[in-house]
Design a protein around this ligand. Structure first.
Ligand code: COA
Ligand code: AMP
Length: 632
């Protein structure tokens, strides 16, 4: 018998115009679309072309007009500064309109880019929505990236203005942001005209005269700005994500499809309604933060939580339960690593007992594979549905999920359940032929992708086609491998490229290799992700030194660790490197990363038939054992 999920899924695939057109009626449009799906320029698809809207209007103003002005829109909960600050929809709209006025007064116009490099403070959300209000394109850069990464993004996005803060607070450590910003601008070729800096009480940044402005000063004199209608296919934001090289990919998000898909997902996937409290414990620098701290919950008229803290250490492993209880959170979304951190410190979930969690109805996890131990621990200690769902920066919302608001399915361990409506997920072999149920292959989505997913890469249509559409013609390549079982449940096993997930953060080992290769004593190197109990994976580096290098090996290792921290950022968690004589390779010269990884993780492995010299693997194993890996 069919259910609401089956019906929605079937219609979304067989009649996308009818399905999404109907969903879009629930949003505010200044001008209705001419066409729901424009497929006249394949493989570039556009949603709701001809439509005009404003994402900020749909996030804030519309709710005030519908009587939600006094409801909390955003609750800033910051244990690291001992602050809780609530913004009603009216208050948030006023601050956003004022900052939109600041940007407009600085000459920012529709289509101009603004980079936001900020910690988890309300001003970051205000800046994002202010850009949306005037049709400017924001690009938020995660605070854990170093100056060099910020510079790469400045060069690509060419922002008119950078909005930043004096510092972030990582548990008890104050992390200065401003020197990183100054350094990034110094090394970037493209120079922003202005920087607007939020001075936080933990640290006052030095402002550069003629370039930098103080957030509080500019807000004092600004005139509020109204919403500017933009085209449905106009970009709302660019979010850079790791690719296979050191150059990040600028994922573009449009305004129309994004609004329609995210608003719909709040009920269909997360089963929350207007007025409910929703919390995505992530960072605004990641896609989860964009979609489910800022836009999704606000489009829906929910109260969203902005949490500046960690699952442990702020002050203890009960922090999540405290927030859920204090603010009556109905649905929490975070990464499995956060739960592994809590479980490690409070294995019997004793701290949970101190809080009233009666409003808490569902936990959603994503960002990395959900290991069965963490799933069971969360299910047993919380007694509510624990939902694994799978998605990517590129898609902006879940490819696979157990859609609680449509029809909940029984949970199968290791599976993010079935394709969400809109995604025709398939598993194919190297020749793009579908494989049988249960067989592993490349996970691909048949085109067109649903609304809200990336229409292209910033200024790089060619790169978009090359990265995602070329290898499996007619399909979008997720770059994840896995299988779909007889019941239609998907299983996501591993990436097919060099991306690793470290504490739910997506990182490129290729980018780290580029940094290591720059060390003057390094002739060759390889970085790969090995299993880690807390972070899922962590990167480790293998260094082959130039002939004749006589220096202390530890010094060289420490220098490489420092280089990755300085060039990519602390978020890379690159702490381990080792010097080896040679790297195991195939006869054609390809480094056998997969085999090294299996050895490090104590997984079964077979000697590759194409290996150049099998002895090299023994040497690698010995080195790994000397630092605590490959001991099984
Ligand atoms: N600004 C500056 N530095 C940052 C930062 C930020 N926004 N975020 C992280 N860092 C730094 C950390 O301080 C740490 O630095 P260190 O090497 O000096 O200790 C480093 O980057 C690594 O951070 P992280 O990977 O977060 O590790 P952690 O040990 O600090 O915390 C967890 C581990 C599991 C508690 C943490 O990763 C977490 O809460 N994860 C939740 C999941 C999540 O947010 N996922 C995002 C996608 S949903
Ligand atoms: P990001 O773009 O940072 O969201 O990372 C996307 C990648 O994270 C995906 O391509 C997967 O490799 C991984 N990922 C995200 N969610 C899941 C999940 N639920 N299960 C397994 N892997 C996941």
């Amino acid at each position: 018998m069919s259910n609401s999920y089956d019906e929605a899924f079937e219609r979304s695939i067989n009649n996308p115009n009818g399905f999404w057109g109907e969903v879009a009626e629930n949003c505010h449009w200044y001008k209705k679309w001419d066409k729901v799906l424009d497929d006249t320029n394949k493989p570039f698809y556009r949603w709701f072309v001809g439509g005009e809207l404003n994402s900020c209007y749909n996030a804030l103003d519309v709710h005030i007009e519908n009587g939600r002005g006094d409801q909390d829109a955003l609750i800033y909960d910051s244990p690291v500064t001992d602050t809780i600050k609530k913004f009603t929809y009216s208050e948030l709209r006023d601050s956003v309109a004022t900052f939109a006025g600041v940007l407009a007064a600085q000459g920012v116009e529709k289509g101009d880019r603004i980079i936001i490099y900020m910690p988890m403070v309300p001003e970051a959300v205000i800046a994002m929505l202010a850009c949306a209000r005037i049709g400017a394109v924001h690009s938020v850069v995660f605070g854990g990236f170093a100056a060099n990464e910020l510079a790469l993004r400045i060069n690509d996005a060419k922002p008119k203005i950078v909005v930043s803060a004096s510092c972030g607070i990582e548990v008890a450590k104050v992390v200065s942001y401003k020197p990183l910003l100054d350094r990034a601008i110094e090394i970037a070729e493209s120079k922003p005209e202005r920087c607007i800096i939020l001075q936080r009480s933990a640290e006052t940044a030095t402002l550069i005269k003629g370039r930098d402005l103080d957030w509080n000063d500019v807000m004092k004199d600004a005139e509020p700005h109204d919403c500017v209608p933009v085209g449905a296919a106009d970009p709302l934001y660019i979010l850079y994500t790791s690719g296979t090289t050191g150059l990040p990919k600028g994922v573009v998000r449009d305004n129309g499809g994004h609004l329609v898909a995210l608003k719909w997902s709040m009920k269909a996937i997360y089963n929350v309604d207007a007025g409910d409290v929703y919390w995505a414990a992530s960072d605004i620098g990641w896609v989860v933060g964009h979609s489910y701290i800022v836009y999704g919950p606000l489009f829906m008229g929910c109260t969203s939580i902005l949490f500046e803290g960690k699952p442990v250490g702020t002050p203890d492993a009960g922090a999540f339960w405290r927030v859920i209880s204090d603010h009556k959170v109905k649905c929490l979304f975070t990464a499995p690593t956060a739960f592994r951190a809590i479980k490690r410190e409070d294995p019997n979930a004793e701290l949970m007992k101190n809080y009233d969690l009666s409003n808490f109805k569902s936990l959603f996890l994503a960002g990395e594979r959900l290991d069965p131990d963490t799933l069971k621990w969360a299910e047993n200690s919380l007694g509510i549905p624990v939902i694994d769902h799978w998605w990517q920066t590129e898609t902006g919302w879940a490819i696979c999920a157990n859609c609680l608001g449509l029809h909940p399915f029984p949970v199968k361990e290791g599976s993010p359940t079935k394709s969400a409506p809109g995604y025709k997920l398939k598993v194919v072999d190297d020749n793009n032929n579908p494989v049988k149920a249960g067989e592993i292959g490349a996970l691909v989505v048949e085109l067109p992708l649903p609304p809200g997913t990336l229409p292209t890469l910033w200024n790089n249509d060619e790169g978009f086609v090359e990265s995602y559409l070329e290898e499996f013609p007619g399909n979008y390549k997720t770059a994840d491998a896995g299988f779909i079982d007889e019941d239609g449940y998907a299983y996501v096993m591993s990436r097919t490229d060099d991306i690793i997930n470290v504490a739910g953060h997506r990182l490129s080992t290729g980018a780290m290799e580029e940094v290591l290769a720059d060390h003057p004593d390094v002739a060759e190197c390889a970085v790969l992700g090995v299993e880690d109990k807390l972070k899922g994976h962590v990167p480790i580096g293998f260094l082959v030194l130039n002939a004749g290098v006589q220096r202390d090996l530890n010094d060289i290792i420490q220098e490489t660790v420092r280089m990755v921290r300085e060039r990519i950022g602390p978020v890379a968690s690159f702490k381990t490197a080792m010097v080896v004589k040679r790297l195991p390779k195939t006869r054609s010269g390809k480094i056998l990363r997969g085999t090294i990884q299996k050895i490090a993780d104590n997984k079964e492995w077979t000697m590759p038939a194409t290996i150049d010299d099998p002895i090299v693997l023994d040497e690698i194993k010995e080195v790994l054992q000397s630092i605590g890996y490959a001991l099984g």
